[in-house]
Design a protein around this ligand. Structure first.
Ligand code: ADP
Ligand code: MG
Length: 624
């Protein structure tokens, strides 16, 4: 049967084309199908793009449940089924025409888009490069519609459509464009891309139930979730949720930022869990990526990426979503304010995480199962009292303090060693943090007991963090201590660099770099930070200047100073295997707990690991 819509679709446009082609001999309008295929080149890069467009349409259609199934990386078939509003026959036909959309009508609408789609390009594009089948039914309609399209040509339109909603099947993607089909990656890679795409949609819309089936296997089945945390738990597991912090909101900012982000020290080797949504749309954006990095700063290991589920809400007029055919990127009207809002949100959140975490050390130690009130409230022995550790070597300078390196020598000693340490008083640090040091394992890990269970502290990482924060504080206050060079060195810079150095001399001074003009475009360095150990001061300073310059539109110079410190602090920290005496260990721990970001070293590695009583009980089979 030929409906009106179909008629319009195929004949009206071809008539128009032939008239115009008669007049103009060299320039011609592309036939409709070819135009769609060209558009598909941009919108449909790969199978995952099809899934993205179809799922977004389902979301826009108000679906409560979306089922996606694919086979062979999507190259053989992709099917998306939703229970959304469906379409009547005219709309179903119209949806396959280019630039047909129900989502915007005027240019004004384009400035304030609230739907995921708006370009009216996806369906005709997909249909022009695949074998396409759409069935759809409105909830109260007696019958639905089925439309079959092959390579952009409508082949069948008939009654059909089972349950209310829409079902779209895309087979043999790019079958009519062999060059594109050859570009498909391995099934695994394409499947992974599809899965990532679905993760984005599922995280972006916790209230919608999602099912994903790959090659007949159910990969995930997510019930509608009441909130983001539940959705993250269903998708990634409880362990991850436990290591996330809810974003601290800033009520005053025009940019609302919500969601959850990983605690310091939680990171991934790829960006696969760095999810950012702007007005409900998952996007990639360099401003945001840089802002996250800056917000985390020393809480992130080099080459690692943060875990974020971040939702930015801003005035639709302040962001242009129409800059990328697949709507993957956006452009901000004021990127600086967005950057600042994100950096601050991340910092505030990491800070709050620290307070919560520190509370674990503030409750008195009560050992479960041992009814011994004397233990938790044990009178605090003066810590300078000698506690003989087995095998201890006491250097002459330290008088009565036991050295702390017994366990490396024989394996029978640890029991005695730890009981000796167990007699140590619980430490009451500033803010009444309370914990008990048990001993040191392998001259590297400090073992402690707190309310939650066992804590392991990496003494080297802990010392790095303490040194780092100390130097940073000095840099911010009076400046990093610097040391005169034996021989002042002079060097020249290009005119632009020279001008930059003159403008930023004060910052460089604070960083402990003594630099001053020495004639036209020439400079003299006569001091460097004390903690530095560089062979060639000129090369070092040139590097710092390059780093500062490339980052100065955005990153604050202080952040770069921090980086410089973080890089060098490692050399001065207590090394693994440096034996520490009890008092030193104690001071290390109290200093660490006083840090702003105690739980990771300046390179983002964890300083502490907590093993809870529950975990221990599980390991020993006391509890299942
Ligand atoms: P856009 O989403 O940009 O509007 P599309 O080509 O993706 O363009 O879809 C065209 C139109 O088809 C949509 O505006 C919508 O009205 C309709 N449509 C597409 N998919 C669905 C669906 N799953 N349920 C209901 N309507 C749909
Ligand atoms: Mg769409």
């Amino acid at each position: 049967m030929t409906s009106e819509g179909l008629f319009r679709f195929s004949f009206a446009i071809e008539n128009r084309h032939s008239k115009i082609e008669n007049i103009m001999s060299r320039i011609r309008l592309l036939p409709e199908i070819l135009a769609s295929q060209v558009a598909a080149g941009e919108v449909i890069e790969r199978p995952a793009s099809v899934v993205k467009e179809l799922v977004e349409n389902s979301i826009d259609a108000g679906a409560r449940k979306i089922e996606v199934s694919i086979r062979r990386g999507g190259a053989s078939i992709m099917r998306v089924v939703d229970d959304g509003c469906g379409m009547d026959r005219d709309d179903a036909l119209l949806s396959l025409e280019r630039h047909a959309t129900s989502k915007i009508r005027t240019a004004g609408d384009l400035a304030a888009i609230s739907t995921l789609g708006f370009r009216g390009e996806a369906l005709p594009s997909i249909a022009s490069v695949s074998r396409f089948r759409l069935t759809t039914r409105e909830p109260d309609a007696v019958a639905g519609t089925e439309i079959i399209v092959s390579g952009g040509r409508i082949e069948t339109v008939r009654d059909g459509g089972e349950a209310p909603g829409t079902q779209i099947e895309v087979r043999s993607l790019f079958y009519n464009l062999p060059a594109r089909r050859k570009f498909l990656r391995s099934e695994n890679t394409e499947s992974r891309n599809i899965e990532h795409q679905l993760h984005l949609q599922a995280i972006g819309h916790p209230a919608i139930a999602f099912v994903y089936v790959r090659d007949e296997r159910v990969i995930f089945q997510l019930p509608a979730a009441p909130n983001l945390a539940e959705r993250i738990r269903d998708l990634y597991g409880k362990e991850l949720v436990d290591r996330l912090l809810p974003v601290e909101e800033n009520e005053e900012s025009a940019i609302r930022i919500q969601g959850m982000i990983g605690q310091a020290g939680v990171s991934r080797p790829t960006r696969s869990q760095q999810l950012v949504f702007v007005n409900g749309r998952a996007i990639e954006n360099v401003v945001l990526t840089a802002a996250l990095r800056e917000g985390y700063h020393t809480a992130l290991m080099k080459g690692q990426f943060p875990v974020t589920f971040l939702f930015l809400q801003l005035d639709p007029a302040a962001v242009d979503v129409n800059v990328h055919p697949a709507k993957r990127e956006v452009r901000f009207r004021d990127p600086n304010s967005v950057r600042e809002a994100v950096v601050n949100a991340v910092r505030r959140t990491l800070e709050s995480g620290r307070q919560e975490w520190q509370q674990q050390f503030q409750r008195p130690v009560v050992v479960a199962g041992i009814d011994d009130p004397g233990r938790s409230s044990a009178p605090i022995r003066p810590t300078s009292e000698p506690i003989p550790g087995p095998g201890s070597t006491i250097p002459a300078t330290t008088e009565s303090l036991p050295s702390f390196q017994p366990q490396a020598q024989t394996s029978s000693i640890p029991v005695a060693a730890s009981s000796a340490w167990n007699d140590q008083p619980a430490i009451t640090a500033p803010g009444s943090q309370q914990f008990q040091i048990i001993g040191v394992l392998n001259r590297l890990y400090v073992l402690m007991e707190n309310q939650e269970g066992l804590v392991l502290v990496d003494q080297h990482a802990a010392h790095e963090r303490i040194l780092f924060e100390e130097l940073r504080r000095r840099m911010e206050e009076q400046g990093v201590p610097s040391q005169r060079l034996l021989l002042a060195q002079t060097f020249e810079l290009g005119p632009r660099d020279a001008e930059w150095v003159e403008r930023n001399a004060a910052t460089l001074q604070k960083m402990g770099i003594g630099i001053e003009p020495f004639g036209q475009n020439a400079f003299k360095i006569d001091s460097l930070p004390t903690f530095l150990d560089v062979a060639d001061p000129v090369t070092f300073v040139r590097k710092v200047i390059d780093g500062l310059k490339s980052a100065s539109n955005g990153t604050s110079p202080m952040r770069l100073g921090e980086e410089m410190i973080a890089k060098t602090v490692c050399r001065h920290a207590v090394k693994a295997n440096d034996p520490l005496r009890y008092l030193e260990v104690e001071k290390l721990i109290t200093d660490l707990l006083g840090c702003e970001l105690p739980y990771c070293c300046p390179h983002g590695r964890p300083t502490m690991i907590q093993i809870s009583h529950a975990e221990l009980e599980k390991k020993f089979g006391r509890k299942v």
